[in-house]
Design a protein. Structure first.
Length: 123
């Protein structure tokens, strides 16, 4: 059960396929849901598909993965839609914090300064 939970939270930012390409009927078939369910997720702000000039919804691979996560939370873990919203928001915040930590760890200022430690030893 824990494996499912972490799989749900994983956002796989490295796979940045965000190009809108699937109309709602195709996206719904891909995730095994009704088109109305995807509209509900959009209305609640859980997913935000792109729109064409004709106002058709277009879902990207990232959107499809997000809907899969939503469905797993609901169906496998029994989370309600309000809980899904909280979990996805917290997951996004955790991902942002992890990225920020990686950035801070990679800057030279974050590396320990051995010069100051060694200069005080001789005294």
């Amino acid at each position: 059960m824990q494996d499912i939970f972490w799989e749900i939270l994983e956002d796989s930012r490295e796979d940045s396929d965000v190009e809108p390409r699937y109309v709602i009927s195709v996206a719904a078939r891909m995730v095994g849901a009704h088109a109305q369910t995807l509209r509900t997720y959009e209305r609640l702000g859980l997913v935000d598909p792109a729109r064409t000039q004709g106002n058709f919804r277009l879902y990207s691979e990232r959107d499809i993965r997000r809907v899969h996560r939503i469905k797993m939370l609901i169906e496998d873990l029994g989370v309600n839609l309000a809980g899904v919203e909280v979990i996805l928001r917290m997951s996004a915040q955790m991902s942002a914090l992890q990225r920020r930590l990686r950035e801070l760890d990679s800057t030279p200022e974050s590396q320990p300064s051995y010069r100051s430690v060694n200069s005080t030893r001789g005294r």
